[in-house]
Design a protein around this ligand. Structure first.
Ligand code: CP
Length: 305
């Protein structure tokens, strides 16, 4: 990989995505053997800079960097000089001055990682920016699918839920389309972005239409923190009319994978029995997350090793 930063899957070529998935696959095999001491990032410093809450993404970037021998510093907005009025650019310059090699940033504003990347020498990795992109999540989703099916090309992937506020949906759409999958979206009309079909998504009018013959059914979290208007009457009604349950899943292919980026609102986007069921890959996605983030950090920094 010959780029300084990973800011989104919109920018990455199919070859670059494939390279990350192939290295991620090797990393996952090592993790399955409980190998957690690798030399790939020895002598490197990685800072996670999170202006929004996170469990999975922040922890797995930290573990990925540590398993490969990097020094890791974690900064959250609540405990940093952002509280004293420091700008993002000045925070980035400060981290550069400390000879930091990689900044992994999550920010509520779309475009914040792009701004940071333009102003710092360190490699910048987007760990989720507003409603824009979440590239490492889509890459871990694709790694999980590829591991199960041996390929992405030709898969039918139904993504169901709060598409409008979802950076996960957008990154998955860009990545999956580039690798030849069919991507179907279903959401209440109030949570479906206008003209998303122009980006290559198939916009479905019902849950059953979206799930019909699908290889993968992915629920998305209702992002109450990003919604300022009542886009649906209540969570109960959302679950009843828009959620994925056993009846809806029957329309998918036999054994279709059930996925969710997490955190899950149990019983809202997916029923508890589907979350914990045999075809659920939600915990597998978490392991893929460490592997794919190891691949991203390694591929960005490897020229310098
Ligand atoms: N999927 C995801 O981004 O989870 P976190 O918010 O816990 O990082």
């Amino acid at each position: 990989m010959k780029r300084k930063d990973i800011l989104g899957l919109y920018d990455l070529s199919a070859e670059e995505i494939d390279e990350i998935l192939s290295v991620g696959d090797s990393m996952k095999k090592l993790l399955r053997q409980n190998i957690k001491k690798l030399p790939h990032l020895q002598g490197k410093s990685v800072t996670t800079l999170f202006y929004e809450n996170s469990t999975r993404t922040r922890c797995s970037f930290e573990l990925a960097a540590k398993y490969m021998g990097a020094h890791v510093v974690n900064i959250t907005a609540a405990s940093s000089s952002v509280q004293k009025g420091e700008t993002l650019v000045d925070t980035g310059k400060t981290l550069d001055a400390m000879r930091n090699d990689v900044i992994v940033i999550r920010h509520p504003m779309g475009g914040a990682p792009q701004l940071l990347a333009k102003t710092v020498k360190a490699h910048v990795v987007n760990a989720g920016d507003g409603m824009n992109e979440h590239p490492s999540q889509a890459l871990l989703d694709m790694l999980t699918m590829r591991e199960c099916f041996g390929k992405i090309k030709g898969l039918k992937v139904a993504i169901m839920g709060d598409i409008a506020h979802s950076r996960v949906a957008k990154s998955n759409l860009y990545g999956l389309k580039k690798l030849g999958a069919e991507v179907r979206f279903f959401a209440p009309r109030t949570l479906m972005p206008a003209e998303i079909d122009r980006m290559g998504a198939i916009v479905c009018k019902s849950r059953e239409e979206a799930v019909e013959g699908a290889d993968v059914v992915m629920g998305l979290r209702i992002q109450l923190e990003r919604q300022h208007a009542g886009n649906f009457p209540s969570l109960g009604e959302y679950a009843k009319f828009y959620g994925v349950n056993e009846g809806v899943l029957k329309y998918a292919k036999q054994g279709a994978l059930v996925m969710h980026p997490g955190p899950v609102n149990r019983g809202v986007e997916l029923t508890s029995s589907l979350i914990d069921g045999d075809t659920s890959r939600i915990e597998e996605q978490v392991l893929s997350g460490i592997a794919v983030r190891m691949a991203m950090l390694f591929l960005l920094t490897k020229e310098e090793v």
